[in-house]
Design a protein around this ligand. Structure first.
Ligand code: SF4
Length: 215
């Protein structure tokens, strides 16, 4: 894919992060965003790590936390194994983002939103290369009632800091900031739609005619 094609793919999600309506974006703004994206691609040092584990081992990581999560049980139900993925854009993105914040906050917001969206894109590509067969959609600690603290437990349990340089920071954040810990259940196909969501019958977003995804 060319840089332009990737930009066109990730820009709508970046606009959502900026709370901007992609249909109302003018050329001046999208040109500026493309400049930010070109800078971003120079800064990115993407790294990914995957670990296939028994699903029960995820629940055993810290049962007093995982046992409380109905979402984790719901999304991994029927899966004997799961894959845990850790992905990061690397530290250069953080340092460039900080420099931009000191000089041009508006541009820094664009850069940061594109970085989040690009991390999703690169993680999608990473996941595709794993050729997982039937699998659930990817989700992360912090999704629904899945405890965000699971990020730290996974980082420690799988030696992720040593292997690809994702470290624990304060307030459940990670360093580099553009890093993700995610997982998919294996052996069962499910896509991220309301139909497959544990909150389908109690969702407050749907009552307001909103959706997490475009479906
Ligand atoms: S909008 Fe759909 S996917 Fe999002 S929480 Fe509600 S039911 Fe679940």
């Amino acid at each position: 894919m060319t840089k332009e094609e990737i930009f066109n793919r990730i820009f709508p999600l970046a606009c959502r992060y900026m709370r901007a309506d992609v249909l109302k974006i003018d050329k001046e703004f999208s040109d500026k965003a493309f400049e930010a994206f070109k800078l971003l691609t120079k800064d990115v040092r993407f790294k990914g790590l995957d670990e296939t584990v028994k699903t029960v081992d995820i629940f055993n990581l810290q049962p007093e936390l995982t046992g409380r999560s109905e979402d984790l049980s719901f999304y991994l139900e029927g899966c004997e194994e799961a894959v845990i993925m850790a992905t990061t854009l690397g530290v250069d993105v953080d340092s460039h983002s900080k420099k931009l914040q000191a000089t041009d906050m508006g541009f820094a917001v664009i850069y940061d939103s594109l970085a989040s969206s690009y991390l999703e894109f690169l993680t999608d590509e990473f996941e595709k290369e794993l050729d997982l067969g039937e699998h659930t959609f990817r989700f992360a600690p912090g999704y629904g009632d899945i405890p965000i603290e699971l990020n730290y437990i996974i980082i420690d349990s799988f030696g992720i800091s040593k292997k690809i340089g994702i470290y624990k920071a304060s307030n459940n954040l990670m360093l580099p900031q553009k890093s993700m810990i995610t997982m998919c259940g294996l052996g069962k196909q499910s896509v991220p739609t309301c139909r497959n969501c544990i909150r389908l019958n109690s969702c407050s977003l749907r009552k307001d005619n909103l959706r997490c995804y475009n479906s």
